[in-house]
Design a protein around this ligand. Structure first.
Ligand code: ZN
Length: 368
């Protein structure tokens, strides 16, 4: 199968697709599709679904949808264009398990899809459903009367950048558990593995929860395949926006940073909440009782515990904390130690990490 792009070509391909590559005509006309698979390795051996695939989640972002809009604060305008599909295997409905991961998160979250309603599907229908999802008709080509090569009038499909978190594992699921050959579909242009793309110094395989924390996203109901697919795409886009903002300000142009990440803060959760609001508006609301979309609480007949989807990002109370957080973020993203020198009514200097900062860069804030 297609190998994943390395860090350099992956970052470049994604930036060009998002039109952040610097050359307007160089833009790639693609759809990002991220995929995440959950399997029952945590279920007891005697369970019928032990080590079987339980869920597959997809999340998409069509670059044509964001072509004419700016990303907005925290990339919210772009993240709001993402959509997700959650397939739960019909023999996995209702599985309950209290098994937790090393961070005390429930491993079975098949009933906790946050970005739409779950589609229950038989195992033998999954490969066809995914093949269909990965062959996205190009309406623009159809309007222009364009068709693919071949004898008949073959439709033209959109080109896809396939995004995963740990390609070696997901590739094996696709091939062995699902029986889907991406190469045969002919629509996947590149595979972007988020792990090498995000990796920095000594952290070759940053986990999704860690990346989300770095971008101030609340990792609500991780281990749901579709939530993880959305989160993977969100941090990929946020990381690309951040690098673009950072590189631009290094050249002396602060406009993108100020418009997208004011005060150098990434509040990724705001983008995720904006997406949920758009989805609720499109799907006639979201029930506060069962957390499903398409009805409101008053109509709900589900006997489901109220979800904790109202969790908010912690608010940082004092200005010093804001800047310490900022320094941590900049350090995490740039790999350099630094000193923030704040110029205001009371000049103060914040060093991070301290107190033994030696190899630092000075940084003058734009605080008024
Ligand atoms: Zn409900």
């Amino acid at each position: 199968m297609t190998p994943a792009l390395n860090q350099e070509s992956g970052r470049e391909t994604i930036a060009r697709s998002l039109n952040l590559g610097g050359v307007a005509h160089d833009r790639l006309d693609v759809v990002f599709v991220s995929l995440d698979v959950e399997s029952g390795g945590f279920l007891p051996k005697e369970h019928a679904c032990h080590r079987k695939l339980l869920e597959v989640g997809l999340s998409t972002l069509d670059t044509r949808e964001i072509r004419d809009i700016v990303p907005g604060e925290n990339g919210a305008a772009w993240v709001s264009k993402m959509r997700a599909t959650h397939y739960l295997m019909s023999d996995s409905v209702g599985i309950e398990s209290n098994r937790l991961d090393s961070r005390k998160r429930r491993l079975m979250a098949g009933d906790k899809f946050e970005f739409g309603n779950t589609t229950v599907i038989d195992r033998d229908g999954l490969a066809d459903a995914l093949a269909n999802d990965l062959q996205i008709l190009d309406p623009q080509a159809m309007e222009e009367g364009l068709y693919g090569d071949g004898d008949g009038k073959e439709p033209i499909y959109r080109r896809i950048i396939f995004v995963v978190q740990d390609w070696s594992q997901e590739e094996r699921y696709l091939r062995e558990s699902i029986g889907l050959d991406l190469d045969k579909l002919g629509t996947v242009m590149s595979v972007a593995d988020a792990q090498p793309i995000h990796s920095r110094f000594g952290d070759k395989k940053p986990g999704l929860a860690r990346l989300m924390a770095a971008y101030n996203c609340v990792s609500l109901h991780l281990h749901n395949g579709a939530n993880d697919a959305v989160y993977t795409l969100v941090v990929l886009v946020l990381g690309t926006l951040w690098r673009h903002a950072w590189d631009s300000q290094l050249q002396g142009d602060w406009s993108f940073m100020n418009a997208t990440f004011p005060l150098l803060r990434i509040r990724g959760e705001e983008a995720i909440l904006a997406l949920k609001e758009i989805l609720a508006a499109e799907m006639s609301g979201r029930c506060e009782q069962c957390a499903r979309y398409g009805h409101v609480e008053i109509d709900c007949t589900q006997e489901v515990a109220v979800s904790s989807h109202k969790d908010m990002v912690p608010i940082v109370a004092s200005i010093d904390n804001v800047w310490i957080e900022t320094a941590k973020k900049i350090q995490a993203h740039s790999g350099v130690r630094l000193v923030l020198r704040l110029r205001g009514q009371e000049e103060s200097v914040i060093r991070y990490p301290w107190p033994d900062t030696h190899q630092h860069r000075s940084f003058h804030s734009q605080r008024a």
